[in-house]
Design a binder for this molecule. Sequence first.
Ligand SMILES: C[S@@+](CC[C@H](N)C(=O)[O-])C[C@H]1O[C@@H](n2cnc3c(N)ncnc32)[C@H](O)[C@@H]1O
Length: 227
Amino acid sequence: MPNIYRSLINNFPNQLITFDDPGLDIELVKSFSREGEIYCEIGSGSGGHLIALAKKNPSAKFFGFELRYKRAYRTIEKALKENVNNVFILRTDAELLSSIFSENSLNGIFVNFPDPWAKRKQQKHRLLNSEFLHKCSVLLKSPYGFISVKTDHQEYFESFRELIKQNNAFRVLEETIDLYNSHYLSSNIVTEFEQLFRSKHIPICYIKLLINTYSQSQYETCSVANI
Ligand SMILES: C[S@@+](CC[C@H](N)C(=O)[O-])C[C@H]1O[C@@H](n2cnc3c(N)ncnc32)[C@H](O)[C@@H]1O
């Protein structure tokens, strides 16, 4: 059956970027993101998290990468219904992150419940790898740029944790393997997949990494944006 959302996504040309013409669309996103605070979410799904963030921070811009047409469409449909105009969905592969955004331009990158690719043979498809960390270290603004990750998959979380240890570009700012029994819960924005995992009582792992520019004491004397 044809996917009706493939044609519907052209309905919102200024918010839902289709990447039918990648060259032109990259230029369009660049023109939207020249100034101000810019945040990206990789695999933004149905967009609940991105829209909630955008409402809380109306002067910032929020870009979600989402491959699925229906989820991309639903996100923008919902955002516009709620008069949220600072959300943009890029209906393309997050691989393009570095082709679209410039060095030292992003305030934060969110990854919520990335596909776990749990089988050993599939693990090469995982998003959270050393190449991704390197890309983020180049794109994030210094000194306050951050990566925020949530997952229900403890083994994936632990292997990401190991990667961070080997990578001195980031320091751990917040971390827990049980978000719902931690003091980070008060600022948590629940995603659609998170609701599903919570309904099955699966613990949620969470980590926030900060780009490693200052010494610990310098960080202690300045405030990190709590978005
Ligand atoms: C498990 S879902 C999580 C969705 C959402 N973050 C949430 O927590 O409700 C993962 C999402 O990432 C998207 N995705 C997976 N790989 C992607 C990629 N390389 N580029 C863009 N989106 C991707 C999928 O289409 C899917 O919607």
